[in-house]
Design a protein around this ligand. Sequence first.
Ligand code: SD4
Length: 289
Amino acid sequence: SSIKPIVIATWNVPNSTAEAWNVLKKGGNSLDAVEIGVQMEEADVSNQSVGKGGRPDRDGNVTLDACIMDSKGNCGAVVYMQNITHAISVARKVMEETPHVMLAGKGAEQFAYEQGFPKEKLLTEKSKTEWLEWKKESKYAPVINIENHDTIGMLAIDAEGDISGACTTSGMAYKMAGRVGDSPIIGSGLFVDNEIGGATATGQGEEIVKTVGSFLVVELMRQGRSPQEACEEAVNRIIKNEPDYENIQVGYIAINKNGETGGYCIHPGFSYRVFSEKGHENVDSRSYL
Ligand code: SD4
């Protein structure tokens, strides 16, 4: 007996999972659910790691990364995109309206305007003030402040049993200009295989990319691991490769075709939201440390 519909998301994002749940409960598909769900965080200026209000790069520019993947294996992504709040929806347009998977920078922005997205200023006064404060020392040490890490990755299974996922972020605060993380990279920040399940990631993107984390989690589930075991193995892979792991946070969440879920991270403090008929809860992820 599988649990469906169901939606899970990185971090404690009750509004986003509730929004996605509303789509699923009405019989909507998982692709719409994850898009509408993560849009909430993109529009929320109090979330300083996603969309509008996101922390800028070290030059003061807010640059967004996002990707989306559907149950048929289609995907779309935007990287290093400025001036557009809903990066996830541009990623979906890349998937549906172009022969490509990924658009970057000015090209992504230009495409977004052609698709009717409004130009918006993404740097809020709050994020600007904090950046100016940071600039006084300009200490380029992308130290993981685990509280800062609220990239949203979301996975959903609809009533038909079809799985989709979305991931969207403004990336690491005060990153180098042009830096792209894991979040828009299919297989790293997000991966969905409708036969098996899906996974998505948050935390220091470089480590996730180096281990192709979300693809790894899904492939481990294919080999018979539970979502929990698969997330643990993917984190262990980072621990093995990276002597500096105590200064790094990475978190994975996963769901399998039966609607079983799991999550694991390096440092305590990461949690994920689960919303199904059984209820709506914030689950504290188990951690390596
Ligand atoms: C990145 N994974 O760009 C993202 C960062 C993140 O909350 O998770 N921020 O590396």
